[in-house]
Write a protein that binds this ligand. Structure first.
Ligand SMILES: NC(=O)c1ccc[n+]([C@@H]2O[C@H](COP(=O)([O-])OP(=O)(O)OC[C@H]3O[C@@H](n4cnc5c(N)ncnc54)[C@H](OP(=O)(O)O)[C@@H]3O)[C@@H](O)[C@H]2O)c1
Length: 327
């Protein structure tokens, strides 16, 4: 990566910042294209003086995207995404039009490679608008930049994730952690939606690897972790690592649909009707696309990483006990 200039859109986000770190460690010059450069200032410390620069650009502006790419960037990474729609931040505007805008700008600028972050489960036939928009975004990107590499991660974990941290935070304030299931919770298969959580560091490693090596152009990689967990097992893991005796309760999806009607209006929605649709389908790799093993990367398990950052959600007394026993 030495001395390559890489433009990373969404570089201030959870996945983007990890990719920026890996790129900077590899010696690349990184241009982080973000709407609010001040919010991304912390990224400057990822590299040497001047190695990481911040560039103001919104995905909704043709000129800003073109300027972020056109000024000598030879590689482009798109990590922009939204989990819910708000005002003009629609799935179509960000996942489809925005992604297409970046791909067109990269092609126009003669960029050598483009890595696009999509999502496992992206499908034009999905019931969820999020998953459909991810599929439409992939198609738009490949139409504009046929050599783009598409990454489809399952749910991603890491210190700053919005998944394990959210449940751990909820476990602090409630005695019940609900999940949704189609059948009786304690019956076989009643553990709810299945996921294959993947470590953010592994996703970043893949992004850098496909940029460094030849032979990945035009490929789609499904990035799924080594273990499949259902929702109940994920919540049990959260309670175990946070030392909470929280009741884990399986509820039918119709309850989720009703809850989402209200929860979607929170400043940061806890659940939206579209997310309930997303949860109705398992999020596991079906093996039809290459993944970690084809890239020669062995993905780490959630058990290895998650306890290291959920520890901070433990009750105060527990933390005190740990501190005392350490002395
Ligand atoms: N996290 C997961 O579990 C997961 C799983 C599967 C797929 N993915 C995909 O991976 C990608 C990265 O996800 P993430 O978890 O890193 O998301 P994130 O933490 O929410 O970061 C999203 C990034 O996109 C930027 N952004 C949003 N709207 C923008 C706009 N209009 N113009 C320019 N930048 C904009 C955000 O910047 P601001 O701070 O300015 O908003 C932020 O830097 C997304 O495509 C997501 O769909 C994530």
């Amino acid at each position: 990566m030495k001395n390559r200039l890489v433009t990373v859109f969404g570089g201030s986000g959870f996945v983007g910042r990890n990719i920026v770190r890996r790129l900077a460690e590899g010696g690349a010059r990184v241009r982080v294209a973000v709407r609010d450069t001040e919010k991304a200032y912390f990224l400057k410390t990822c590299g040497d003086l001047g190695q990481v620069s911040l560039f103001p650009a919104s995905l909704t502006s043709d000129e800003e995207v073109a300027r972020a790419v056109v000024e000598n960037a030879d590689t482009v990474v798109n990590c922009v995404g939204v989990l819910y729609e708000r005002g003009s931040r629609t799935f179509d505007a960000i996942h489809v039009q925005g992604a297409e805008r970046i791909a067109k700008a990269a092609a126009h600028a003669g960029a050598k490679s483009l890595v696009h972050c999509s999502a496992l489960g992206a499908s034009p036939d999905a019931t969820s608008a999020y998953a459909r928009s991810k599929a439409a975004g992939e198609a738009a990107v490949l139409a504009a930049f046929p050599n783009a590499v598409l990454l489809r991660p399952s749910v991603i974990f890491g210190t700053e994730d919005g998944f394990f941290n959210m449940f751990a935070d909820l476990a602090r304030i409630t005695h019940v952690l609900p999940y949704f299931t189609r059948i009786v919770p304690h019956a076989e298969g009643g553990g709810g939606t299945k996921f294959q959580p993947v470590y953010v560091g592994d996703v970043a490693d893949v992004a850098v690897k496909v940029l460094q090596e030849d032979g990945h152009a035009g490929k789609t990689y499904e990035l799924a972790g080594p273990t499949v967990y259902n929702m109940r097992e994920i919540l049990e893991m959260v309670c175990r690592y946070t030392d909470r005796a929280t009741w884990i309760c399986g509820l039918p999806f119709w309850v989720g649909r009703i809850q989402a009607q209200f929860l979607q209006y929170l400043p940061t929605p806890l659940l939206t009707p579209d997310q309930v649709k997303l949860l109705e389908v398992d999020n596991v790799a079906d093996g039809s696309k290459p993944g970690f093993s084809d890239l020669g990367i062995s993905a780490v398990t959630a058990e290895t990483i998650v306890p290291t950052y959920l520890r901070r959600f433990r009750p105060y007394q527990q933390r005190k006990k740990l501190r005392l026993t350490a002395h």
